[in-house]
Design a protein around this ligand. Structure first.
Ligand code: PA5
Length: 429
């Protein structure tokens, strides 16, 4: 269950401004729920929660169990919506220093040659006992032709072929659209295992399809709990949409009032990649026709020592969205030190979570004084159910917000421009 507290942000907006935004947002929600807005053919991310498909979850769980029992390394090869959701959940829930399960690596999300070269060397290098590493790759591309992903996949599959010969195909899992694209041609020619991305779900809305669920399950995370957390949120907001309308109305009113940047801030480092997923979801959905709020991510208190200065006193074009985790799983506390030579005994007996909470409350006070509208989104604990709910919260809120601006949330025409220029420079037909 997500608690949405807009009180601070609301104090920056007049009643008239709020009422006007509320009207636009209610209209946006109507368009989304009635499938009457532009891009309505891309609303499948709601349908998969209205009608959950346990068979696909079980198929993914069984694949993940067999990979986890065999693999030393699992590579997630994709870019944008094809990897950010998986990374968000894995970074949020996988223990930091556990050696249980395969090492999860990412590829295909940029074209840095040094990274790819070192990744290939790493997978080829023998294990400490001299044995060969067992490496699997999940290539994820809805179009099946994205250059960043395709280039890395070419290098990785040729390395796997050099390591395993004819067996290499058993180490390759492909997630793509049901037909079309070069990746589908390769799948047919080589017999790779394939999972399908539904046609009516775009990349950045696809984390709860095989796109995100396969890597998340291989990382040892309970995908049923994640999925059903989103299903619960879906059911909750079908019954009562007011939280989404209120949150979105505030963003709409702040956008109109000239706020051009939304700093998605978290106080748990585990949530920083989740912020990255939100950033893509909002950025690619909103930023069109000269409209939208530029989403950026801050991981506090780390970034209080970098972005904090700007947020406090720089150009007043910011709003903030705090992602708050109420309870901590960790009970580590400050110990009492005899002699108190570092003068920290005043904190002795307090948990790190208590201290972190005070840092958050202090930051809220300071940023509010610095005229930054803040929206607080709180989950009780960092777990699969709550992250599933947050995924749906942000997907729904983004769709509604973008419709309230009069824009299609589900396309990304601007992304094509860099591709066209790049392909021309690369001499592609
Ligand atoms: O949200 C989107 O649609 C994009 O970010 C895509 O996910 C990204 O461009 C990758 O595309 P593809 O999966 O076709 O390789």
């Amino acid at each position: 269950m997500i608690k949405c507290d807009v009180r601070i942000a609301r104090s920056f907006i007049s009643d008239e401004e709020y009422i006007s935004a509320h009207g636009k947002v209610s209209q946006g929600y109507k368009q989304l729920s009635e499938k009457s807005g532009p891009g309505s053919e891309w609303l499948g991310w709601r349908d998969i929660l209205a009608n959950p498909n346990d068979a696909i979850l079980e198929e993914i769980e069984s694949l993940a169990t067999s990979i986890r029992s065999d693999a030393d390394i699992f590579i997630v090869c994709g870019i944008g919506g094809s990897y950010l959701g998986a990374k968000a959940i894995i970074d949020a829930l996988k223990p930091h220093f556990s050696s249980k399960g395969p090492e999860i690596l990412y590829a295909g999300h940029h074209m840095g040659g040094k990274y790819l070269e070192e990744l290939l060397q790493h997978i080829k290098a023998p294990k400490a006992d001299g044995g060969q590493k067992k490496v699997y790759v999940n290539v994820i591309s809805k179009s099946g032709s994205t250059l960043e992903t395709a280039l890395s996949f070419r290098a990785i599959r040729s390395t796997l072929e050099s390591m395993y010969g004819d067996e290499a195909a058993n180490h390759i899992i492909c997630t793509t659209s049901d037909e079309g694209g070069i990746l589908n041609q390769l799948i047919d020619a080589k017999g790779y295992k394939k999972f399908v991305i539904p046609n009516d779900i775009g990349g950045r809305f696809s984390v709860l399809t095989p796109v995100g669920l396969i890597p998340i399950a291989v990382a040892g995370i309970d995908i049923k709990a994640l999925y059903y957390g989103a299903v619960s949120a879906y059911n909750r907001y079908e019954e009562d949409i007011e939280d989404i309308i209120e949150y979105t109305s505030l963003r709409n009113a702040l956008h109109k009032a000239g706020k051009t940047i939304d700093v998605i801030s978290c106080f748990e480092p585990e949530l920083a990649s989740f912020g990255g997923w939100i950033q893509q979801l909002m950025g690619e959905s909103e930023g069109k026709e000269g409209k939208g709020i530029f989403p950026t991510v801050a991981s506090f208190s780390t970034d209080l020592h970098s972005l904090g200065q700007f947020i406090q006193q720089g150009k007043r074009s910011l709003m903030e969205t705090f992602l708050i985790v109420e309870n901590s799983f960790s009970s580590i506390e400050v110990e009492t030190l005899e002699g108190d030579d570092d003068k920290l005994n005043y904190l002795a007996g307090k948990t790190f979570h208590d201290i972190n909470t005070k840092a958050r409350l202090g930051t809220t006070e300071a940023h509010q004084d610095g005229n930054v509208p803040i929206i607080n989104l709180t989950i009780e604990a960092l777990n699969e159910e709550n992250l599933g709910a947050l995924i749906y919260f942000f997907e729904l809120a983004t769709g509604v917000f973008v419709y309230s601006l009069g824009v299609n949330p589900f396309n990304q025409p601007g992304v094509e421009d860099y591709k066209k220029a790049m392909y021309r420079l690369l001499g592609k037909d």
